[in-house]
Every structure is written in C-alpha cells, then in structure tokens.
Ligand binder design. Sequence first.
Ligand SMILES: [Zn+2]
Length: 419
Amino acid sequence: MSLKEKYIYMIEENQLELLDLASSLIRIPSENPSGMMDAVVEYILGYLKASNIDVEIAYCEKDFPNIIASIGHDEDNLVILNGHADVVPVGDINKWGFDPFSGDIVDDKLRGRGTSDMKAGLAGLIYAMKIIKESGLKVNGKLELHVVTDEESGGQYGSKWLMSKGYGKNAKACIIAEPTPENNIEVGQKGSLNIRVETYGVSAHGSIGNYVGENAIEKMMTILPSLHKLRDMKGIYKKEQLHVLEDSKKIARESLKVEGSENVIDHVAVNIGLINGGIKDNMVPDYCVTDINCRLPIGLTCSDVEKRTRQIVDSLNLQGVKLTFEYNCEANYTDDTTSLVKSVKSNAEYIWGAEVTPAYQWATSDARYYRYENIPTIQFGPANLEGIHSYNEDVDLDDIIKSTQVYVGVLFDLLGLSE
Ligand SMILES: [Zn+2]
C-alpha cells in the first residue's frame, strides 16, 4: 500500500470523527441572510487551532469574517482549498420533515440546512488539513484553506475580497468543495448580466387611450418578445473544449429531464423576472420597467450580449426606451488538461470506482474569483442536489467520506506529501 493509499484508508477508518465535525457545523446556524457568522467561525477556528494549524482571521466587513488557515511555507507551490460556512435561509420551517439544525444522522444520511451546500464538503477540507498536520506529513509547497461566509450573498466580502488583497496569489490550484454529482468535476460556469428595460410614454385618460397618449406598457410588450432572440446566441469554444462541452450538455439533459435542456450550457439564458408599470386601469401608463437576468455561456462576454440587445431594440425604432446593463460576472473555466483536473479525475475514479467527467455548469459561484486570477480551479463535493436551496436538505455519509478521500488523494499529488 502506498503512503497515499494509507491516508485515503485512514479517512475511512476515522470516519466517525469526520462525520462528527460535519454534524457540529450543521448544528451552528449561519443563515445568510440574516444570521450571524461568529459562532460557526469561532468553532472552525478552535478546531484548526487544536491541530496546531496556523490560522488568521481577515475581513473587510466584520459580519462576514474569513478564516485563512495554512500548512507549509513555500508559496512557489501554493494550493488553495475553499469552502463557505454560510447557508441559505431555512425558509418555511413547516415544509421541513426534520429540524434543519439537528445535524442528525439517519439512514446513512446527514440531515440539515447546509449539509450539501456545503458544510459537509467544508468539513472534508478541514478534516483533510487536520490529518495532514497531525501526522506531520511534509508539504512540498503550501496548503492554504479559505473559509468564507458570504458566498450565498455573492462573495464580495469573502473570496472576491481575499483575491483582491492578494491572498492565494499565484496559486497553482484551487479546490472548492461545492456540491457536485459524484461523477462530475465542475470546470466552468456561465457569466451573468442584468438588463433593465424602461419605457416612457405619455399619460392620458384611459377612455381615449386608443387615440391619444402613448402607452408605455404596450411599448414594453413590443420589446420583450423581441429579446427572445438573445436565446439564440451561442457560446464560442476552443477545439480542446468541445468534448467537455458535449459531456456537459449530456449531463444537463439527463438532470433537467426536459427536451432541449442541453442548450442551457452553450446558449444565452434569458429570464424576464420582474415587471412593473402603470398606475390605474383607466389611465394610459407613461412608465414601465422590466428587469431581466441573462446567463452567458463560455466565449460570450457581457459586452457581446449588451451589443446584441441594443441592436435588437434599436431595430424596433421606438422612442422613449432606456436600457441599462449591469455586468455581474463573466463566464469562466479551467482547462481539463491541467494537473489539478487530471488529479481530481484519477483520484475520484479510483475512490468511486466509476468514470468521473469534467463538466461545465449553468450556475455561478466563488470559483470565478480564483479563475479570474488565472488559478486553475475546480469544484467537487458531496451532495444530494434535491435539497439544495430547498427543503429537507441532506447528504449521504458515503459521499462525505469519499469526497474527503478525494481531497486527500489530490493533495498528495499536488503537494508531494511525504513522511
Ligand atoms: Zn454553495
């Protein structure tokens, strides 16, 4: 048995300790919004310190503190682990079949808010660090864990801020323990753009609206269907990315179970999400506003979609239309040829005994902040996808254990861990 195999086996042997850590994290509420993060951060800090791991608290907004924990000093081979300790709110408590903060283990599952997204994954990362530190393994480089607490509100005080301050700069790899199907490694995500359409008209008495005045809602009714054309915009991929694209489309089709849904990966998605206009039924409305969120595939920028939107609306030749664009984030990816992706794939396939595929997702996450700094970044973590951001969230114990084994295996590869 190789040294790596010995440690992978050790995770299985010590599983009660790992699962207990995951349960403990579930029992500390950290809803975002509007809970407090102090208790969960204190707990993790204490856990890391007990293993003599170097820790630091860093924040720009004191309600959302970050933990930086590290082993080793050689920044030339820096590997980052990232996990968020905040969870989405419980929502309607009556829709849960169990206490969302129980952290109980029932039928080989850990139950509660944040089990899949992503306290079980975070527990795996913390536990991997503990094992490495306590067994005194030599680290050929530096391992740095970023625990953030505002991923669910966009990451500006967490991963984004850490990157802007140079934490993890020039890292060789970043592993984020966000929930994924066990046979998928997330290697790319879509961008996001908001469009606000405002139409202005001229008010008049509703009874004569057929002849006088200018109806802002009717103007909006002309514009909105034309924006469906944005959905025809396709991503642009390098030749080397096409096989990942094909796999991703297949996975999307299988998981969404709707004909044509594979296009969610490589087409612009347009959601007309909010509309408001008019004052009263007998008044011709002189204002209407619509908010639209678009998700952009790899190879298309926010600017590309802004240009196309302006083109479509201009071609309608309407007066009194205002378009405002908010660039939320650009699509991002990591090449599947990097040693990080290869290592995650080979370790995950060894541990799960099945094929594991790198894939693009339709979501967005903190991964982008690392990718924007050219750090190869993947997401791989324990999950039962049904309960995420919904009710009755849980995760399989086996998934927690195996994901942690994958983390340890990958760290052996990337950091040349030795005795
Ligand atoms: Zn998450």
